[in-house]
Design a protein around this ligand. Structure first.
Ligand code: ADP
Length: 584
């Protein structure tokens, strides 16, 4: 109640006014009362003097009340006051209002006792004779040093009290009116004082709601002006600080969004409070709104969850390699407890090492494959050489045969080394393509011609289908021809006698497509996606002479030309290898 500034000011102002008015009125009432009493007393005193003078002589002569009383009644009629004549022993000798014989002894009346003892007495009290409040003034009647009696003048106090009451009522009315006006004025004044604050409050609310451009214009007093200035300064400081922070935030968000390492922040309750896109990718987080959920709900990996949990008890960062499944990822995770304001929070940094790991595995596989491919021809060379050494060299016929076989193995080895070199050159991009404007149909025909004798020997039909009017391409003809030869050679190799191999060249929307189809053994579904890998050989041919590098070289050659190569096959029915070269 009364908590608003306006009502407080109004109440304070009105209260001050009330106290001032009440004090002034009470003071006025007190002064008026005293003035009334003084004039009443002075009036009574002068009437008592008159009566004393009039009664001195009859009292001196010892007149009876029968004489004195009529005199007193005459005096009472002349003045307004009630006059009483009293003997020194207290007997009432005369009274202007009452019959003195019916009045009791007045020796113990306070004003009479005071008059006798000190020469003047007064009192204000209830009159036992008249039955209402009176003010009495008593004076001794003296001749020289002899006191003859006491005269007393009295008037009822009621008129004085009535006058005072009227005055009080008047003052009350004036005070009431003044208070009413004061309250109105106080309210108005309080409103004037409080008005600027309403604007301050509104502006502050708007700042709280985010409108940092809010400024205050009022400055009707120096203090309010200063306050407005301080408020405006505070708002612009706040705006600047928030700007700086939001810029910082934007920068930080951009860094977090674009960094390769994944970052997850977890609070004391194991709830995720921040995840960057890299972490989503690396950890395979599918949750749309991960924030506020527990780490295990979001990441779904117990090893990482345990690591985050354990990091709380450790002084520094802990690092571990974790393998995540489906899809497989090889991840280095570092959990670090944060300090300072972020005490209790854990930062998990994850680095995706899957590609490195894969390359490492490929490299190992490559070394294993090369060793494996070298071992067989080397072993047979060694065996042949040993057989020759052990005496076969002396048998010219056998020696010739062994040397012939050795030559086949050495040829195989040198082809393998040649192909390896070729592949690594193309893969590393060291080989410069010798591009020339080339007629693809011609390339296809030449390749087919070269392999025609082999196909015939195997009892396989080899035909070429070339669409007329194919565009010429800007390519390295020798290498592309080598690719066609490889494909046709494979087709012949994997097609039983009586089969058919068709080489076709046609235009497509992107360039020229060359396909080599056969009616051979085909490729199993599990082999099909892998046949372009280095050293990959289908099961049926594993024992055969191929190196498994031909298709890998073909793929790299076609890719180096900006094209692509793919294979389709129905096991048992045949395969089709197609490559597309763009028209550049
Ligand atoms: P290779 O020199 O051993 O033939 P390639 O890289 O040329 O090596 O071929 C890889 C594997 O792809 C072969 O071992 C074979 O299993 C399969 N392949 C290639 N061409 C054909 C085809 N026309 N028909 C069936 N399988 C094929």
């Amino acid at each position: 109640m009364f908590r608003s500034l306006r009502s407080r000011i109004a109440i304070l102002y009105a209260s001050l006014m009330l106290v001032a008015l009440a004090s002034a009125s009470l003071l006025a009432l007190g002064l008026a009362g005293r003035a009334y009493q003084d004039s009443l007393r002075r009036g009574l005193e002068s009437q008592a003097h008159l009566a004393a003078n009039a009664l001195r002589e009859p009292l001196q002569n010892g007149r009876e009340p029968t004489v004195i009383d009529p005199m007193v009644k005459a005096l009472g009629r002349d003045g307004q006051a009630r006059i009483t004549a009293i003997a020194t022993d207290g007997r009432v000798l005369g009274d202007s209002v009452e019959d003195p014989s019916r009045m009791d002894n007045h020796a113990n009346r306070p004003e009479v006792m005071a008059a006798l003892s000190s020469g003047y007495g007064e009192s204000a009290r209830h009159s036992a004779t008249l039955g209402y409040d009176m003010v009495y003034v008593a004076l001794p009647v003296q001749v020289g040093e002899v006191t003859l009696g006491v005269v007393r003048a009295a008037l009822p106090s009621a008129p004085v009290n009535q006058a005072l009451s009227r005055l009080a009522v008047g003052l009350l009315v004036i005070d009431g009116l003044t208070m009413a006006v004061t309250v109105l004025l106080a309210w108005r004044l309080a409103s004037l004082i409080a008005m600027p604050f309403a604007e301050f409050i509104q502006a502050a609310h708007r700042v709280v709601e985010g409108d940092l451009q809010q400024r205050i214009q009022v400055c009707d007093t120096r203090e309010i002006g200063e306050l407005a200035g301080a408020f405006n300064q505070m708002a612009s400081r706040l705006s600047e600080t928030i700007n700086v922070h939001s810029q910082e935030h934007v920068r930080l968000a951009a860094i977090l969004a674009n960094m390769a390492d994944g970052i997850v922040l977890v609070d004391e309750q194991d709830q995720v409070i921040m995840v960057n896109p890299a972490a989503r990718r690396i950890l395979g987080i599918l949750e749309d709104a991960p924030l506020g959920k527990t780490f295990i709900e979001v990441v779904r990996d117990h090893e990482l969850a345990q690591m985050v949990h354990d990091a709380r008890g450790l002084p520094g960062a802990s690092t571990r390699i974790v393998e995540l499944g489906a899809p497989w990822r090889y991840v280095r995770a570092t959990a670090k407890p944060l300090a300072g304001e972020q005490e209790g929070q854990i930062m998990l940094v994850v680095q995706d090492l899957s590609e490195l790991r894969r390359l490492e595995m490929v490299r190992r596989e490559f070394v294993a494959n090369v060793s494996h491919e070298l071992r067989t021809p080397l072993a047979s060379l060694k065996a042949l050489a040993e057989t020759l050494q052990e005496g076969a060299i002396d048998d010219p016929q056998a020696a010739k045969m062994f040397l012939g076989r050795m030559q086949v193995e050495v040829d195989g080895l040198s082809q393998l080394v040649q192909e390896l070199l070729e592949l690594s050159r193309i893969e590393s991009g060291w080989v410069a393509l010798r591009r020339e404007t080339t007629n693809v149909v011609q390339l296809v025909r030449q390749a087919a011609e070269r392999l025609q004798p082999l196909a015939s020997r195997q009892g396989i039909g080899l035909t070429v289908q070339a669409e007329p009017g194919l565009p010429e391409l800007f390519i390295d003809g020798d290498r592309v021809q080598q690719v066609i030869i490889n494909l046709v050679h494979n087709a012949i190799k994997f097609t039983p006698p009586g089969g058919q191999v068709t080489v076709a060249a046609r235009a497509s929307s992107e360039g020229v497509e060359v396909s080599v189809s056969d009616t051979g053994v085909g490729i199993s579904l599990e082999d099909l996606p892998r046949i372009f890998e280095r050293f990959y050989k289908g099961d049926r041919s594993r024992s055969g002479g191929g190196t498994g590098l031909g298709l890998a070289i073909a793929k790299h050659t076609i890719q180096a030309h900006g094209g692509r190569i793919w294979a389709e096959s129905t096991p048992g029915r045949g395969s089709t290898f197609t490559f597309l070269l763009p028209v550049s």
